[in-house]
Design a protein around this ligand. Structure first.
Ligand SMILES: [Zn+2]
Ligand SMILES: [Zn+2]
Length: 336
């Protein structure tokens, strides 16, 4: 009993001093509770219970956190109890507080442990998610057929209050797609942390959500989808089998245009479709019937109609000239 009393006294004296991020909440024979707080999100309460034959038997540890994943905490309890075995016959609690504190310092990605497992479960084949605890960053490699996307994410210290950041990207998708993947992943992440400017009526109050999993879900879905996507006009695969043959020139006939609803059209297939009637109510996507929005085609239905009429008139004029020349030819050949 004296040993435990001495340990409790020592904890009261030096716990907060030796681990500045710790707060001694309860310090009694029945239980010792210490909170270790790295940020609002990375905060753990360690509950220690003395076993009967303490300190000949290791201290019993329970970890609680409102934000860190249960799986991570379970793992941390296991390694902590193994660590406690090294301190038998001596006080356990302070070394354990230091150990847990060090773990949280050295594993800044602990704050997204659940998201990491979820993302990993969605990967297949050569795809992978590599963690770098040292730099608080993660590298995601996605691949479908021969097309790949490689992204590096930085996890800010106050994640998830602040969103995940894309710091690096490489891909053999055409440039427009690579740029869109990155920009849209950032946008998906931003929406997790910033309330909408015009919230929907009756929408529940905005709450920050972790952004890493959401951004990755978007990327995984897109990289798995687009290499197999077909052009809605010619029904051919949009992208060539070999990424080396992919069209990067945005004005080329076979350049792949992704319209607002996310469906794809070859550049020339889209132009042909947009220029052909009917125009009433605006041109709609063949696959999903949503109105087509695309930056190369900011044209009202009226203007499209007018252009089409103009083109038709020009064609009629040309036809007339051709007929006229033909008539003349006939006249020349056939003597009257
Ligand atoms: Zn096409
Ligand atoms: Zn569509």
């Amino acid at each position: 009993m004296d040993i435990i009393q001495a340990e409790l006294d020592e904890l009261r004296r030096i716990c907060q001093k030796s681990v500045p991020d710790s707060t001694l909440i309860t310090c009694a024979l029945a239980q010792v509770r210490v909170q270790i707080k790295k940020s609002d999100f990375t905060c753990v309460t360690a509950c220690f219970t003395f076993p009967k034959d303490y300190p000949r038997h290791n201290i019993l540890i329970e970890l609680k956190s409102k934000t860190l994943s249960v799986k991570l905490l379970d793992g941390l309890v296991k390694v902590s109890e193994t660590e406690a075995q090294k301190h038998l016959d001596r006080p356990h609690i302070l070394p354990m507080v230091k150990f847990i504190n060090k773990f949280l310092d050295e594993n800044p990605l602990s704050c997204c442990a659940d998201e990491i497992s979820e993302v990993k479960a969605k990967l297949d084949g050569e795809e992978r998610l590599k963690l770098s605890q040292k730099t608080a960053s993660m590298s995601l490699f996605l691949k479908r057929r021969q097309y790949f996307l490689k992204l590096k994410f930085a996890v800010p210290p106050n994640y998830p209050i602040q969103q995940i950041q894309v710091v690096n990207a490489d891909s053999n998708f055409p440039r427009v797609f690579r740029v869109w993947f990155v920009a849209q992943a950032q946008e998906v992440a931003r929406r997790c942390v910033e309330p909408p400017l015009r919230p929907k009526p009756k929408a529940p109050p905005f709450k920050v959500r972790p952004s890493f999993g959401s951004a990755c879900s978007f990327l995984i879905e897109s990289v798995h989808r687009y290499p197999d996507e077909i052009c809605q006009i010619c029904r051919q695969k949009c992208f060539p089998e070999d990424p080396e043959q992919a069209i990067h020139d945005e004005n080329a006939a076979a350049h792949v245009e992704r319209v607002y609803c996310s469906h794809c059209y070859h550049h020339d297939c889209l132009i042909l479709y947009m220029k052909t009637p009917p125009f009433e109510g605006g041109k709609k996507c063949i696959a999903c019937k949503q109105k087509i929005y695309h930056e190369i085609w900011k044209v009202t239905p009226e203007l499209a109609e007018a252009r089409w009429a103009h083109e038709q008139a020009k064609n009629r004029e040309l036809d007339e000239v051709v007929d006229f020349l033909a008539d003349m030819g006939d006249n020349l050949v056939k003597p009257s």
